[in-house]
Design a protein around this ligand. Structure first.
Ligand code: HEC
Length: 124
């Protein structure tokens, strides 16, 4: 490798490394030290269990949970305790999803939503 090419290659590698370090540093963490999930992650792994009844085609009780704006109608950012979506997901007598559709989600999934809300419910 010619000397100049080598230098350019090294410079590119360093700037890539610097970028990924910068990103990692800015990732938010929850109180237990786990990375806070993104909205995109929740949409794919948690809210996807809701959209059969709260999506583009069916909207039980007028609730839609397939877009960020619609989810936010049932969320109080930074307060999972005051968020109707949490109330429904943790309701033992009448949970969401309903028992007829598999019932309450796992504690882990519920905790992910809780962390996301308490961290500001970002559209990320
Ligand atoms: C099989 C259909 C079905 C699924 C799946 C489902 N829901 Fe529902 N949801 C309903 C029905 C029916 C109602 C209205 C009756 C009620 O409130 O229990 C409702 C009502 C709600 C309400 C509004 C309550 C109110 O009083 O305004 C919220 C919030 C909600 N669901 C959240 C969710 C969430 C979050 C999920 C996924 C984790 C989910 N639902 C999955 C059927 C469903």
């Amino acid at each position: 490798m010619k000397r100049l090419t080598k230098i350019a290659f090294l410079a590119a590698t360093f700037s890539l490394l610097a970028c990924s370090y910068h990103e990692a540093k800015h990732q938010t963490t929850s109180d237990v030290g786990q990375p806070t999930p993104t909205y995109k992650y929740l949409a794919a792994s948690v809210f996807s269990s809701c959209t059969d009844c709260h999506g583009a085609t069916v909207q039980k009780k007028g609730v839609r949970l397939d877009t960020y704006a619609d989810v936010m109608k049932k969320v109080v950012a930074k307060s999972a305790a005051q968020s109707p979506i949490m109330e429904k997901m943790t309701d033992d007598d009448d949970p969401m999803p309903p028992d007829s559709a598999g019932g309450k989600l796992s504690d882990d999934k519920i905790k992910l939503v809780e962390d996301w809300i308490n961290n500001g419910a970002l559209n990320n």
